[in-house]
Design a protein around this ligand. Structure first.
Ligand SMILES: Nc1nc2c(c(=O)[nH]1)N[C@H]1C(S)=C(S)[C@@H](COP(=O)(O)OP(=O)(O)OC[C@H]3O[C@@H](n4cnc5c(=O)[nH]c(N)nc54)[C@H](O)[C@@H]3O)O[C@H]1N2
Ligand SMILES: Nc1nc2c(c(=O)[nH]1)N[C@H]1C(S)=C(S)[C@@H](COP(=O)(O)OP(=O)(O)OC[C@H]3O[C@@H](n4cnc5c(=O)[nH]c(N)nc54)[C@H](O)[C@@H]3O)O[C@H]1N2
Ligand SMILES: [Mo]
Length: 703
């Protein structure tokens, strides 16, 4: 049986020579959250594979995570603490002891926080989902920053607009159970390159396809997924709201509606109906840059499911919400199933994220009570460039003086890199980075602290793409002097003089605490996963977790904030054809073999992606005298990025695809796509607008 030898959670990492398999969980920021089996012999992890006993993983890992041992034993793994010796950003460090590093960091933080009651706000944690683990993510670290009274971080960089859109419509990050997509008759894959970024969903979609379901992909890029669908609608970036409204227009005018569902389980239908009737297919087609007939055909397919009561399912992913109107667009798409009563079936409805379905005991893990009356400001991670450059003021409070980064690589992944880099380069900023590798961000650190990988620590995981909780056991001992994030914050807490007993909780205790009694911990220990007990068709009879219990087309909560209570199409900040200087829209979706900026330094995966690329349509390339393989300058008022052009059928006219997210220092001239993106925020949730970005492209004369 694939299992660690002992049921005792405190048993040490395996070190004998007979190969053993240890149950774990893939930690990466992906909806699939796979159950992983690591084969260990002589204390060395020799192989990782998907757990065949876990239904969603079904024995298969993606190409990237199959290379997890290559990443773990990478010759450039950080194995001991480092202290900066060169200028900021030069990446020059010398080895120091843990003791010296932690003592110096604690002294610096004490100096800042001892200046007055709210002075610790000058300290900012910066973290995201390098690991999705609840323990190595924000367990001990949150306790530490709460006790300190540091600025709070609004973790918006990925999912804020869509998350808020879902919450205002369905009541939370809730939706269909992923396994039931296999039984759908129609699947809309909307703003998701599932084959690259949600492979285990795609397996269910393929089952449906084999059983006769129609698959339609809605994406400006002819992605690997679009290739395998029956239809592809290549709309302009940021026009999904208009498409959804025109779809509603057609459902209404042909009466392809479930009136009973609308009457009993929705709120604001009359208002939404009136708005949708203003969006003829012709009007929307003009906005979306597509043919009105494509919209009519899409409506016929979706409407047919209303008439025949066949299950119609929509998989949205976060790709489509990284634009000005991303929140409203998600609201509109999440409203569609209610129009045709798709929620009546377990194989009907919509799924963007399932994360609110997990009963996480957040307060027990993160201990906001440690704030003890302090009310620190909250800063938005998506505008870190601006925040780092903001001087002290009455409105802002103190300038940021210390930054502690873990589970994130902001210098590469945050928008408008020129500002981010300028901020990180501040001589008067004290920066600590907990990392596996010397990333673009680590180059700017005053101290780099070596962190353990998933093979070396305990954790528990929720998922945003399925409804199983997972446990990760350590398979090997920490490499070099690396320590888990939790341990680093425990030791820092001790040096800060924090004496609350919660700073002594060990990782297994934290794992037990994460779900409390809501998930059977023994089941996690024995099987590595536990399926949540959720209804198969949660909204067949309404019961949405909204204030009204209905699907809220009209949101009184948004109206109370002075916003439009009804969703609408919100055009891009940098709308297509709005600038003669920058006539092309650029999106920067993930490269298949990277996970955001993780894995970019893993040789075998870098070899597959070759080099930073910009996909261009033949017409746009010809107009600029550009050929495949040419080095091009991609630029706008915010900056310039050099990469290779590829004339590709994957790009539609007017839109270029800059696949991301490369490390800046591995690019052609030390920048990546985020040199071009802006710090503008989405309509809802304060998210980033990576795909709302106009550029010009020219052949690079210098090359
Ligand atoms: N291989 C791989 N897998 C990943 C990731 C990765 O970097 N690499 N990233 C992970 C992360 S952090 C997340 S958040 C998830 C989801 O990750 P996402 O970043 O959402 O990734 P995709 O599913 O590829 O969705 C992006 C798709 O949306 C399309 N798109 C761009 N703009 C628009 C638009 O305006 N409208 C529409 N309809 N489509 C648009 C892009 O062309 C692309 O095909 O996946 C995770 N999985
Ligand atoms: N242009 C453009 N920019 C984007 C996107 C895009 O599509 N286009 N996607 C955006 C999205 S969706 C997201 S989610 C963000 C992602 O941004 P980030 O969350 O910053 O993700 P990564 O780039 O993967 O960097 C995570 C880092 O955490 C480190 N790490 C992993 N595990 C651990 C651990 O246990 N301990 C410590 N200390 N470190 C660890 C990894 O080594 C890695 O360097 O990027 C965003 N940026
Ligand atoms: Mo993300």
């Amino acid at each position: 049986m694939p299992h660690s030898k002992s049921m005792n959670p405190s048993s040490s990492p395996l070190s004998d020579a007979t190969p053993t398999q240890v149950l774990g969980a893939c930690p990466h920021d992906c909806p699939d959250t796979c159950s992983m089996l690591t084969t260990v012999a002589g204390g060395i992890a020799i192989k990782v594979q998907g757990n065949p006993a876990h239904p969603h993983t079904d024995g298969a890992l993606c190409t990237k995570v199959s290379r997890y041992t290559e990443r773990t034993y990478h010759p450039e793994r950080l194995l001991h603490p480092l202290k900066r010796v060169g200028p900021k950003g030069a990446g020059q460090f010398e080895r120091v002891s843990w003791d010296d590093a932690l003592q110096d960091i604690a002294t610096r933080l004490k100096t800042i926080s001892s200046r007055g009651p709210q002075a610790a706000q000058a300290i900012l944690p910066y973290s995201y989902a390098g690991t999705m683990g609840l323990i190595q993510g924000d367990g001990m670290s949150a306790r530490f920053f709460h006790k300190l009274g540091a600025s709070l971080l609004d973790r918006t960089i990925c999912a804020a607009a869509g998350g808020e859109g879902l919450t205002q419509t369905l009541g939370g990050k809730v939706g269909m159970r992923v396994e039931f997509f296999a039984e759908a008759q129609l699947i809309l894959i909307w703003g998701s390159n599932s084959i690259a970024s949600n492979l285990h969903f795609w397996r269910y979609a393929q089952v449906a396809k084999r059983n006769g379901a129609k698959l339609i992909c809605i994406d400006p890029r002819l992605s690997e997924t679009a290739d395998k669908c029956h239809e592809h609608i290549a709309l302009l970036p940021g026009t999904d709201g208009a498409l959804a409204l025109a779809l509603m227009h057609e459902l209404i005018t042909h009466d392809w509606l479930d009136h009973d569902y609308l009457t009993h389980y929705t709120l604001g239908w009359d208002l939404l109906r009136e708005r949708a009737l203003q969006w003829s297919p012709e009007r929307a087609a003009g906005v979306c840059g597509i043919n009105p007939e494509q919209i009519r055909a899409l409506a016929r397919d979706y409407g047919a499911c209303a008439a025949s009561r066949a299950p119609a399912a929509i998989r949205i992913n976060y790709g489509m919400q990284r634009v000005h109107g991303g929140g409203n667009a998600v609201r509109l798409i999440a409203s569609l199933p209610a129009l045709i009563g798709a929620w009546r079936h377990r194989a009907g409805g919509v799924l963007l994220s399932s994360s609110s379905m997990f009963p996480v005991k957040k307060a027990a893990l993160q201990r906001p009570d440690l704030l003890a009356g302090k009310t620190p400001r909250t800063l938005n991670m998506s505008t870190i460039g601006d925040e780092l450059l903001r001087p002290a003021s009455t409105a802002f409070g103190p300038a940021i003086e210390a930054l502690i980064v873990y589970n994130s690589n902001p210098v590469a992944v945050a928008p408008e890199s020129a500002k981010v880099v300028q901020g990180f380069a501040r001589e008067d900023l004290f920066t600590v980075v907990l990392e596996h590798f010397q990333t673009d961000t680590a180059d700017y650190a005053d101290y780099i602290l070596p962190a353990t990988t998933q093979l070396e620590h305990w954790d528990v995981h929720s998922s945003y793409g399925h409804t199983d909780a997972l446990l990760n056991r350590p398979a090997i001992a920490p490499l070099g002097e690396a320590k888990p994030n939790t341990q680093i914050f425990r030791e820092l807490a001790a040096r800060m003089g924090f004496t609350e007993p919660c700073f002594a909780d060990d990782d297994v205790a934290l794992c037990r605490m994460a779900y409390g009694d809501a998930v059977d911990f023994d089941e996690l220990l024995h099987h590595g996963f536990a399926t949540l007990k959720t209804p198969e068709a949660p909204f067949a009879q309404g019961k949405f977790p909204t204030p009204s219990g209905k699907c809220e087309f009209f949101s009184a909560r948004l109206a109370a904030q002075g916003l439009d209570g009804l969703p609408d199409h919100v055009p891009n900040y940098e709308a297509f054809a709005s600038s003669p200087l920058y006539p092309l829209a650029m999106i920067s979706p993930p490269a298949r073999n990277f996970l955001n900026s993780t894995f970019v330094n893993v040789r075998s995966l870098q070899d597959s992606e070759r080099e930073p690329l910009l996909e261009m349509h033949a017409t746009d390339a010809a107009a600029r005298g550009i050929q495949s393989g040419d080095v091009v300058r991609v630029f706008n008022a915010r900056g310039e990025y050099r990469c290779k052009a590829e004339i590709s059928r994957r790009a539609r006219p007017g839109v270029v695809n800059g696949l991301g997210v490369w490390w800046r220092k591995l690019g052609l001239s030390g920048t990546n796509v985020n040199q071009l993106t802006s710090q503008n925020l989405t309509d809802l949730g304060g998210g980033p607008t990576f795909y709302d970005c106009l550029v010009q492209v020219m052949a690079d004369q210098a090359s």
